[in-house]
Design a binder for this molecule. Structure first.
Ligand code: GDP
Ligand code: MG
Length: 619
């Protein structure tokens, strides 16, 4: 392939990419500007001036509905793709992506049917384009647009606005600066009355993107010729005029094929007494070459902007893909891997919350530093160790025989009774930390960007980690309760050793007479001393628990959460089968669709970029 062919082919493919992806004429800015940067050829002219016939002979195949009256009623975007020689020719419609047409008569029928599908079998028009691609070794790479013919009056069955509607539709195609105008005028009418030239002049006053085509040279009155026009004297354009002889309606009715028609056209010019000297610059084959040469110049000039648009699109698509997340694998192994990766990402964020870097872990310290000490301070030891209660408990413990020296049983009962109160704050600490952890898990799931697209997996992780946290909480509760029970099960001997001396010290500051203290034994002072002894023992235990409860809680809950929060989840997914795994990874279908589109686009644009890079642009 020559540079020119690959250039035009490239543009064609990009245009096709744009249309396949539904970017034609709207949607995303980049895509429509890309479309706008690429040239296409639009056929303009009055009704029955021979537009469809010209297109057909450029393509070299019969496939367009032709005839008198309004035949073309929807824009037809026709993309020609040159294939390797020897390949079979085929056509494909955008609206029938899976069907390859090799019979071009069926292509024509499908164009008719598809037109009717939108407009009904009427004489009405629609500006919804039909997209058709033709793959053939015998075409040049080109994008051509066939349009309804311009008319002057509405005929029966057409709305009053039809004349204007058609003109507006045609104008919308040719006013774009990327459009190359193929202005078709029949030679058997005065050029001054040409609708094609009228509209072309309006949208392209300098004539730099207008190609004047004169059809029906064979139908001119005997004795007249079109040399004034063809030689550019009647109406000057930047590009040379091209005369054409298409098949007549009689030829069409007789099924004269394209090869024969082209040969006849060549012969017509070669043997024409009027146009013989112009023969090499006339005819549909010459027109096709002229157009594709012009396209090359246009494209060459636009390559830098096309390249930058493609690169911009690629960047945008890449970042959208990142945002959407990459597609999920289909096999179970890879899915498992994906799930584990997602878990790791979540776990990482969760740990950051605990260890710092993200907020929340400090609230655990808050439990130990504020909540627990405050709860311990609030315990109702005053009531429990009131004189009345101490007397009651000690007396009850003594039974019928009041204690002789120290109320051993009484002490035990008072202490055990007091220590029971520690269960409350101990369990409360466990619960408080549990709720902090639960909240941090919830936050971490929300903050794991990668998980966003998998609501099911989020729910499963949330359930499994919730269950794990419950287990840690149970274990932690058992442990702190055990700490409290341990304090109650063995009293610090040291403390009690000091007691008799203290009794004496308090009871008899002067020292000496032990009888004096015995006198005190059943008085208020005695019970007050007992209360104060128990209270200081309880305070000692409280200090100990204030230190050991946090240790137990961190050991059983925080450390476990850090190390094995997801273990339960891992064992759960280990038992799952492929189908269940993919269910866990099910995504929002709209998101999947969007990703697929993005991926397709990305692939096309990357291919286009590679192609631009690989072509040498220096002539
Ligand atoms: P469109 O409405 O502009 O698309 O015109 P068509 O291509 O459908 O042609 C309208 C009629 O003019 C058809 O019957 C064609 O056979 C006939 N026709 C088109 N070009 C020529 C030509 O160069 N010579 C002759 N004899 N007939 C032509
Ligand atoms: Mg037509």
């Amino acid at each position: 392939m020559t540079t020119m062919e690959s250039l035009i082919g490239l543009v064609n493919r990009i245009q096709r990419a744009c249309t396949v992806l539904g970017d034609y004429g709207g949607g995303d800015n980049t895509f429509s500007s890309l479309w706008e940067a690429l040239p296409s050829v639009a056929v303009v002219g009055g009704q029955s001036s021979g537009k469809s016939s010209v297109l057909e002979s450029i393509v070299g195949r019969d496939f367009l509905p032709r005839g008198s009256g309004i035949v073309t009623r929807r824009p037809l975007v026709l993309q020609l793709h040159k294939t390797e020689s020897g390949q079979q020719e085929y056509a494909e419609f955008l609206h029938l992506p899976k069907r390859r047409f090799t019979d071009f008569a069926l292509v024509r029928k499908e164009i008719q049917d598809e037109t009717d599908r939108i407009t009904g079998r009427t004489k009405q028009i629609s500006n919804v384009p039909i997209h058709l691609s033709i793959y053939s070794p015998n075409v040049v790479n080109l994008t051509l647009i066939d349009l309804p013919g311009l008319t002057k009056v509405a005929v029966e069955g057409q709305p009053e606005t039809i004349v204007e509607d058609i003109e507006n539709m045609v104008r919308s195609y040719v006013e774009k600066p990327n459009s190359i105008i193929l202005a078709i005028s029949p030679a058997n009418q005065d050029i001054a009355t040409s609708d094609a030239i009228k509209l072309a002049r309006e949208v392209d006053p300098s004539g730099e993107r207008t190609f004047g085509v004169l059809t029906k040279l064979d139908l001119m009155d005997k004795g007249t010729n079109a040399l004034e026009v063809l030689e550019g004297r009647s109406y000057r354009l930047q590009h040379p005029w091209v005369g054409i002889v298409n098949r007549s309606q009689a030829d069409i009715n007789k099924n004269v094929d394209m090869i024969v028609a082209r040969r006849k056209e060549r012969e017509y010019f070669a043997t024409s007494p009027d146009y013989g000297h112009l023969a090499s610059k006339m005819g549909s084959e010459y027109l096709a070459k002229l157009l594709s040469k012009h396209l090359e110049t246009v494209i060459r000039a636009r390559i830098p902007s096309i390249t930058s648009l493609i690169n911009k699109s690629i960047d945008e698509l890449e970042s959208e893909m990142d945002h959407l997340g990459r597609p999920i694998a289909v096999d179970a192994g890879a899915q498992l891997y994906t799930i584990l990766e997602l878990c790791r990402a979540f776990d990482c964020i969760f740990k950051e919350h605990l260890d710092g870097g993200r907020p929340g872990g400090d609230r655990i310290y808050g439990v130990f530093d504020n909540q627990l000490p405050a709860a311990l301070r609030k315990l109702p030891f005053d009531r429990h160790l009131s004189l009345q209660n101490v007397r009651k408990i000690v007396s009850e413990a003594d039974g019928y025989q009041p204690h002789l020296i120290a109320p051993e049983q009484g002490y035990r009962r008072l202490i055990e009774g007091s220590l029971n109160y520690f269960r409350g704050p101990a369990e409360a600490s466990v619960d408080a930390v549990h709720f902090v952890l639960k909240e941090l898990v919830r936050k971490s799931i929300g903050e794991t960007q990668e998980l966003k697209r998998f609501p099911t997996l989020q729910a499963e992780i949330s359930a499994a980690t919730g269950e794990s946290l419950e287990r840690f909480r149970d274990d932690s509760k058992k442990t702190v309760i055990r700490l409290v029970e341990m304090e109650a099960s063995y009293l610090t001997v040291e403390f009690f050793r000091k007691l008799p001396q203290e009794v004496e010290k308090v009871g008899n500051p002067a020292g000496g007479n032990p009888a004096a203290s015995t006198v005190d034994r059943y008085t208020e002072g005695h019970f007050r001393r007992i209360a104060s002894n128990v209270s200081s023992y309880v305070n000692m235990v409280s200090d100990t628990l204030r230190n050991t409860i946090p240790k137990a809680v961190v050991h059983c809950q925080v450390r476990e959460a850090k190390q094995s929060l997801l273990n339960l989840f891992y064992t759960q997914i280990g038992k799952k089968e492929g189908k269940q795994l993919s269910q866990m990874l099910d995504e929002d279908p709209a998101l999947m669709e969007r990703r697929q589109q993005c991926a397709k686009r990305l692939e096309l644009y990357k291919a286009a970029r590679d192609e631009i890079d690989s072509v040498s642009w220096v002539r």
